[in-house]
Design a protein around this ligand. Structure first.
Ligand code: AHZ
Length: 325
């Protein structure tokens, strides 16, 4: 070996080509790819394999126990806790973007690392996500590692269905039993996101709905069942953000839309967690993540993510209590 070779080069050279192993090692004999072929398939088979499953899911989740609006860090953290504890509940996650994950693919601006203040590290430990311990806070090398891990764990649960590229553009509501003039949330109104964004051009294209569980075939309340719930985790105001909070402005007579305040990490994170969970004004709606700051008029915390995971966990705990016997 030349004296000028670097450490990396010498390590590279020490790996023998014959020892290369990969998933197809046993299929591609002696590294000869010249006859490589895939199993034959009809184009129509591919279409049917996708569409039949999607329509089966639309049918299955047309009535859902839990509808999570927004697949960011708070919504997915909640989904993980609910799905893990209650494999019998049908959990539909509606995400307006094609790519789920919201604002958690970067730690802040264009920086990869994600900061979480303790004790949020306990959630990372549960998910098996490695981090550097800096004493009072921990650092995940890539925010994308956090997001992709939570996402993949959630999507593995058989009782979870993610409907992405789908926006919640309204709520299904029904008058409350007490004749007070208040309403209760009974479902979500959905549309393909591109249609929701282009209603000025496509105003005649009607939406679809997902109804919450707890009703009979004639639409009356079935008191033998728990009422389904919506967890709104739409993030702070933006193209789609804070959807449910904005809707409450017209359906909750108390109109408690506080509006997010300036950045204050120390105040914001604990306050978001404390205010996450059920909402007094309209039954069956829960909140997590930055939408809580919009609802309750709290500070934003910026690039520290503990409150996103923990507010999701807290909201999930309340939802699980609601469904407990
Ligand atoms: O696309 C949105 C995002 O993925 C989705 N969403 C919003 N409105 C929706 C609607 N229908 C369906 N009407 C909708 N989906 O909700 C997701 C929200 O993710 P997020 O990461 O923005 O919210 P989060 O509260 O989970 O995490 C926020 C993280 C923070 S903190 C912060 C600050 O303090 O400045 N900024 C961010 C991004």
């Amino acid at each position: 070996m030349s004296a000028t070779k670097t450490q990396t080069e010498s390590t590279q050279l020490s790996v023998k080509a014959s020892s290369i192993k990969h998933a197809l090692s046993d299929v591609v004999k002696e590294d000869d790819w010249s006859d490589f072929a895939f199993e034959a398939i009809r184009e129509a088979t591919v279409s049917r394999a996708m569409t039949s499953r999607y329509f089966k899911d639309l049918d299955k989740f047309a009535v859902s126990d839990v509808v999570i609006v927004g697949a960011g860090s708070s919504g997915l953290s909640a989904a993980y806790v609910i799905a893990k504890n209650r494999p019998d509940l049908k959990i539909a996650i509606i995400e307006a973007n094609v790519a789920p994950g919201g604002g958690s693919w970067l730690g802040g601006q264009l920086f990869s690392a994600m900061i979480m203040r303790k004790p949020a590290d306990l959630f990372l430990k549960e998910l098996g996500i490695p981090f550097e311990d800096e004493g009072t806070y921990v650092v995940v090398k890539h925010a994308a590692l956090f997001m992709s891990t939570v996402l993949s764990e959630v999507l593995k649960f058989p009782n979870v269905k993610l409907f992405n590229a789908t926006a919640v553009e309204d709520l299904v509501t029904r008058p409350t039993e007490d004749k007070s003039g208040n309403v209760t949330a009974a479902g979500v109104v959905t549309n393909w996101t591109l249609v929701t964004q282009a209603h000025d051009l496509q105003s005649c294209m009607d939406p679809n709905v997902i109804e919450l569980s707890g009703y009979k075939e004639d639409g009356s309340r079935d008191f033998s069942q728990k009422h389904g719930v919506i967890l709104s985790s739409c993030g702070h105001d933006g193209a789609f953000g804070a959807f449910t909070v904005k809707r409450l402005a017209s359906i909750d007579k108390r109109n408690t839309y506080g509006g997010m305040k300036g950045l204050d990490m120390n105040r914001a994170e604990a306050a978001v967690v404390k205010n996450a969970g059920s909402y007094d004004g309209v039954a069956n709606i829960y909140f997590a993540g930055m939408e809580v700051a919009e609802l309750a008029g709290l500070n934003r915390m910026g690039p520290t993510f503990g409150a996103m995971a923990v507010s999701g966990i807290k909201a999930a705990e309340e939802i699980l209590k609601h469904f407990a016997n």
